[in-house]
Design a protein around this ligand. Sequence first.
Ligand code: KG4
Ligand code: ZN
Length: 339
Amino acid sequence: MLILGIETSCDETAAAVVRDGVETLSSVVATQDKLHIPYGGVVPEIACRAHLLTMLPVLHRAVEEAKLRPEDLEAVAVVNAPGLVGSLLIGVTAAKTFAWLRGLPLVGVNHLHAHIYAAALDRRATVFPCVSLVASGGHTSLFHSRSPIEHELLGATRDDAAGEAFDKAASLLGLSYPGGPAIDRAARAGNRKAVRFPRARLDPDALDFSFSGVKTAVLYHCRGQDGRTPRPMTERETSDVAAAFQEAVVEALTDRVMAAVERTGAERVAVGGGVAANSRLREELQNVTRRRGVELLLPPMKFCIDNGAMVAGLGWHLLKAGRTSDLWLDACPTAKGRA
Ligand code: KG4
Ligand code: ZN
């Protein structure tokens, strides 16, 4: 079955065609990074207007690159929650219109569950059941994923998302937006032990995260205790702070993932979301999972960031389970429950 997947939850306009939930025939992503760079972060109003301009060209290219005609598509899957509501609205409206015009089934997809599903694309390896981590610009959530469509939330961030912390730390270090890739690059030349940033001490039984402490520690380090006195830093010092900050975040993420493995007895770990592209996180996850003898499933870089393929892939499973939506499908900024 050929499914069109649409994703516009934040600042990427994305569409893809996937066959039978796994075989990616096309995946087109238009990023808006350039529009948001001057503001150091995503401006919701700008994101929404840009989606409006790019949605149709992206849809056309996704169908074209799959070497199909629009009439070949058999269903439409779209992310309708969680995300920036104005951004979500553009994808949801496009998906509903296409489904209505062609008389196709419509499936609403949860953005976080789609990030988990990214590990299953283009491979036939077993992913579920697993412990899954979604670390992105807006979310940091840990699940026990029993199947592509059954996810029990084990823990989530109590304040900032991991990606948000990367973006803020990068901006304090004078690095470009988006901050995650910039910190990742700068950290390669740095000494991760040069500074010891705090690790949040939460209730030992909780599988939650907190990144506001490490973010504030970077602020004090770069701008003094009043947070307003910038300290000139050499390139070397910038790399050291980037590496030390990255280490604190990576340690928090890997630590909770392995605690979740202990608690659930899971034999696989899947990681998704933009932060899953981080080279140090990937390396450390390889180390800890190998030591514990569990399998690690990491999506290729192109499926870590927001994309339509993960949406079309998961949409196929939801469709098979009869979980289709009607034309009342709404864009919703939050997911049901705490995610
Ligand atoms: O999943 P995503 O593309 O969009 C959201 O759903 O938020 O994630 C974007 C986030 C940004 O905060 C970005 O800085 C972060 O992922 N990111 C990274 C890396 N690449 C992207 N963080 C750390 N290291 C990276 N290499
Ligand atoms: Zn995302």
